[in-house]
Ligand binder design. Structure first.
Ligand SMILES: [Fe+2]
Ligand SMILES: [Fe+2]
Length: 154
């Protein structure tokens, strides 16, 4: 089915953002594994898989709407320390949250309710799972201190 140009253009950009989120979690999860922070590794490896599923849903919808996907990820913003990695990941999730909200408004204006529902599901994951978990980790570091937090993630 032929999609509407603004929705196709939007989905192409969002896909590149999800591919970047996947890559940032890919890198951070492997850094955590290298440092022996097994719990953080497991969580971030799971996030990487969820971002891959988000990208997959956008890719399939884009092809269905007869768009041409661009598989080059946006630039990523890796951190060098655990707090910096968590903060950069949270900044990314907040950015995606804004983009998803913008896309939902666009789809509603153009009457593309199926794309809207795909975006809404991803908005729920972004707010209630990914961003919330990152906010909790940064809150724990504030409350119990970085050393205690790191010890809890080994
Ligand atoms: Fe995502
Ligand atoms: Fe996410």
């Amino acid at each position: 089915m032929q999609g509407q140009a603004p929705v196709i253009d939007y989905l192409k950009e969002l896909l590149r953002g999800e591919l970047a989120a996947r890559d940032q979690y890919f890198l951070h999860s492997r850094m955590y594994a290298d440092w022996g922070l097994s719990k953080l590794y497991e969580r971030l490896d799971h996030e990487m898989q969820e971002e891959t599923q988000h990208a997959d849903a956008l890719l399939q919808r884009l092809l269905f709407l007869q768009g041409t996907p661009d598989m080059s990820p946006e630039p990523i913003n890796p951190g060098q320390t655990v707090p910096e990695m968590l903060r950069n990941d949270l900044a990314l999730e907040y950015h995606v949250r804004g983009e998803l909200a913008r896309g939902i408004t666009l789809c509603e204006q153009l009457g593309d309710y199926v794309t809207r529902n795909i975006l809404l599901a991803q908005l729920k994951d972004t707010e209630e799972d990914h961003a919330y978990w990152l906010e909790q980790q940064l809150g724990l570091i504030d409350r119990i201190g970085l050393q205690n937090y790191l010890q809890s993630q080994m």
